[in-house]
Write a protein that binds this ligand. Structure first.
Ligand code: FAD
Length: 309
């Protein structure tokens, strides 16, 4: 039986592993289908402290893993298919095998919603992005027209943030008014650099042949009319899906499926802790996920110490 099992190997998971390993708990990290997590899908990370020249996302995650392994953390490639948190030790089914743990840290992350276009997938990281905070300041987007797709608070926040860098920000929304909170919608529409494009959807991202974003094809859903908007970047902000399906019925989730921490990193099940984007629909950054991983590890360590009397 393991002292601590960590589900997920992103920034939250490996930071939790580092702290629990240094507390001598020999954590087992279950990597899931994406070892290293979301950050392995990006090139340069410019906002993780300690790297003044930026760091490659894959390299950052490899370093996190090595650092945790140095203190005794162990990685197992595997996906958790089911959990039983109704009694302790907790039981996890990992690729058909049962793993038991006295404490569990959930760090399964979240994925962003895609538009579902072939050209969008081909141009990801070549002008198509899902995070303005992460990529907005990149040189490729400076003083260039940019496009944001979405109409909620996140899309408005991204559009406002991008006005610091882009020459103009086209905000494409499929309805005739924003879904965002009133104050956010008002601020967005009052920003002279944001140009709303109502009742419209993106039908194609150009230019796959040039291997970079040069514009988007837009269709008005009311009239059917098609038009082109030139841009250097397409920021898709139509929501995230937390990877928490498997915990349904086992642990408290909010309406959108995010895990609800009760106090700090604790959940409603004593001995189960949570960290990172699977519990965070607000910040969604590598450093916040890492910070939550640290908190979850300290909580798990205290929980186990209290159990041992
Ligand atoms: C293209 C891109 C660029 C980004 N750039 C930046 C940036 O520059 N700066 C920044 O701060 N943030 C950036 N982010 C955001 C950042 O990647 C996330 O905030 C961060 O990765 C969240 O970490 P996490 O550990 O919570 O989850 P994730 O990194 O998503 O990791 C989740 C882990 O859980 C595992 N998992 C899921 N389900 C299971 C299961 N059933 N069983 C076992 N394991 C499972 C996955 O395999 C994965 O290892 C970027 C995101 C993307 C997509």
């Amino acid at each position: 039986m393991k002292q601590v099992v960590i589900i997920g190997s992103g920034c939250a998971g490996w930071t939790a592993a580092l702290y629990t390993a240094r507390a001598n708990l020999q954590p087992l990290v279950l990597t899931g289908a994406q070892p290293g997590g979301l950050l392995t899908t990006t090139t340069t990370v410019e906002n993780f402290p300690g790297f003044p020249d930026g760091v490659d996302g894959y390299e950052l995650m490899t370093r996190m893993q090595k650092q945790a392994e140095r203190f005794g953390a162990r990685a197992q490639f595997g996906t958790v298919e089911a959990v039983d948190f109704s009694k302790r030790p907790f039981a996890l089914m990992v690729d058909g095998e049962k793993v038991e743990a006295r404490a569990v840290i959930i760090a399964t992350g979240a994925s962003h919603r895609h538009l579902g276009l072939e050209s969008e997938a081909k141009l990801e990281n070549k002008g198509v992005t899902y995070c303005a905070t992460c990529d907005g300041a990149l040189p490729a987007f400076r003083n260039k027209p940019l496009v944001v797709v979405g109409g909620g608070d996140s899309a408005c926040e991204e559009a406002n943030y991008l006005t610091r860098f882009g020459s103009v920000v086209h905000l494409i929304h499929r309805r005739d008014q924003l879904r965002a909170s009133k104050i956010m919608a008002e601020r967005t529409l009052a920003n002279p650099k944001i140009k709303p494009v109502w009742n419209s959807v993106v039908t194609d991202v150009l230019d796959v042949a040039q291997d970079q974003v040069t514009g988007v094809r837009v269709k008005n859903v009311k009239t059917g009319a098609e038009s082109m908007i030139d841009c250097a970047g397409l920021f898709v902000a139509i929501g995230h899906v937390p990877s928490t399906q498997l915990f349904k019925g086992q642990i408290a989730l909010d309406q959108s499926g995010y895990i609800v921490p009760t106090q700090g990193a604790a959940t409603n099940v004593p001995g189960v802790f949570v960290a990172g984007d699977c519990a965070d629909h607000v910040y969604r950054q590598a450093i916040t996920a890492a910070g939550m991983g640290c908190a979850a590890a300290i909580e798990a360590e205290r929980f186990l110490a209290a159990q041992n009397g």
